[in-house]
Design a protein around this ligand. Structure first.
Ligand code: AMP
Ligand code: GLY
Length: 471
């Protein structure tokens, strides 16, 4: 079958890499893609939110499945557009319709949903311009830090965590007065949850579900989780403390009520559900003996709370989760479309995967684009496009913000086109082995201003050590 994948980041390169391995995929098109997805299929210059152009392309190229990477087209209703258009209504779209995408598109909707279905989350209230005074009063009932969330999509920047009540009040006013445009015409204020963040990913076909591996994202720009927030500077999968006990709690208290809640709301959700969790320490009474102490540090020690839902996969989490899926991803997508997920088996590689994101100097602030990206081998410096994944079995180089220089005449010149440039993914028997491999292979990549975090996975290794596990 011919497949169209929408998006242009590291997540989409990881999807393209995996889809291309399926014998069921004849032609793969990526709109708009990047220099990495070119190794897996044909890039087409169409904006993922330009639905009429997507329709024309789908008909012209006899596309039989559309896989949606980013949230924007889903929240804008690409799946509904297909269903409402007789010529393309029978073509499966992997990603929820507008009603399901609200889980990400509206924080107020998702909090109400969690409240209604008793899904553990932080205490909250939602305010608008007319209820500003009540919002200020609610802030006064909370302890710092304060969590303020723009209701709508704000390019990943809509969550503000002020540390003083004065700052929080000022932020609330600014947000309600249009700091994030219409996205912050409503603001969710919620209790701050202390703990460790991690994510679980769920496939849903509208009837049943499958749980994919957990992952941890490293959101801050600096080592030790310091500095500004980014789209994500690295990821690890699986998360060691998310053991069977913890994941069972997540399944029973969060995943099952979410799937059942969607059904009760009449939402037929065919796509990924990315559940951002906070694992909050349960503070057991001080342990007297070794056995209790050990137990207290396992998954039993943490209670999961939902921080957010997303209606898509994470980036860079996809770059560690997708490579761990051993099954044919196109089979899995077909099962999602046909609502036969319950019968399908999704096999997972037991090894650990880590990815380290290489970013442009200055990111997440201002940065330059158009910088050539090279790889270094024994023969010297070559364009990145000459680094085929098969050359280095232990590592996969997923492109995030790259393109080809159109003005370059002597072969290819890969250049940076974004803040996050390349995700270097490796496998290992444990985190230190996998991360060690990623860091070793980063030495082969070079571009002016290249930056990356040096501590991906280190916090999890510490937790492992405390649990007496090798890593
Ligand atoms: P969100 O877009 O909802 O994922 O929020 C962005 C980030 O803010 C999350 O990844 C967390 O680091 C942080 N955050 C959001 N909600 C809370 C909360 N209730 N308690 C603590 N941190 C939070
Ligand atoms: N890495 C976080 C996200 O994709 O939203």
């Amino acid at each position: 079958m011919n497949i169209l994948l929408l998006g242009s980041g590291g997540r989409e390169h990881a999807f393209a890499w995996k889809i291309k391995q399926s014998p069921r995929c004849k032609k793969l098109f990526i709109a708009p893609g990047n220099a990495g997805t070119l190794q897996c299929g044909t890039n087409v210059p169409i904006n993922p939110s330009d639905f009429p152009s997507i329709k024309d392309f789908v008909l012209k190229e006899k596309i039989s499945m559309v896989v949606v990477g980013p949230e924007d087209p889903l929240v804008k209703g690409i799946h509904d557009y297909f269903l409402g258009n007789p010529e393309i209504a029978s073509i499966p779209v992997i990603g929820p319709q507008k009603d399901g995408a609200q889980l990400e598109g509206s924080k107020d909707f998702s909090k109400k949903f969690m409240e209604k279905y008793h899904i553990p989350t932080a205490r909250y209230q939602t305010f608008n311009k007319t209820t500003l005074k009540k919002g200020i009063k609610f802030l006064e009932t909370l302890r710092p830090p304060f969590v303020l969330k723009a209701d709508g999509l704000a390019a990943g920047k809509g969550v503000i965590i002020p540390h003083t009540i004065e700052e929080a009040k000022k932020e609330l006013k600014e947000m309600l007065c249009g700091k994030f445009g219409s996205a912050s015409s409503k603001v969710v204020i919620e209790e701050f949850l202390p703990g460790i963040e991690l994510s679980v990913f769920v496939l849903s076909d509208g009837k049943s579900y499958k749980i994919l591996p957990s992952a941890k994202d490293y959101k801050r720009i600096g080592d030790g989780d310091t500095g500004l927030n980014t789209g994500g500077m690295g990821a690890v999968s699986p998360v060691p403390f998310a053991d069977k006990t913890f994941l069972k709690k997540v399944e029973n208290q969060i995943i099952i009520p979410t799937i059942e809640g969607l059904k009760k709301e009449g939402i037929v959700y065919k796509g990924f559900i990315f559940i951002g969790l906070m694992a909050v320490p349960s503070h057991p009474s001080p342990s007297k003996n070794g056995a209790e102490k050990k137990k207290s540090k396992s998954g039993n020690f943490y209670t999961p709370y939902v921080i957010e839902y997303n209606c898509r996969m994470g980036d860079p989490e996809t770059e560690v989760v997708i490579p761990r899926i051993k099954s044919d991803i196109v089979d899995v997508f077909c099962a999602m479309a046909n609502q036969t997920l319950q019968k399908s088996i999704v096999k997972i590689d037991k090894r650990t995967a880590t990815t380290v994101m290489l970013s442009s100097g200055g990111y997440p602030g201002d940065y330059k684009k158009g910088i050539p990206v090279y790889f270094l081998n024994k023969k010297g410096r070559k364009d990145l496009s000459e680094l085929q994944n098969k050359e280095d079995e232990s590592t996969i180089y997923f492109h995030a913000g790259t393109g080809l220089n159109k003005n370059f005449k002597k072969g290819n010149q890969t250049i940076t086109t974004g803040g996050r440039v390349l995700a270097v993914t490796s496998f290992g028997e444990n985190i230190s082995e996998a991360a060690g491999q990623s860091y070793e292979n980063i030495k082969k990549i070079k571009f002016n201003g290249m930056y990356f975090r040096k501590d991906i996975g280190k916090d999890l290794m510490k937790i492992n050590k405390a649990n007496g596990k090798r890593d």
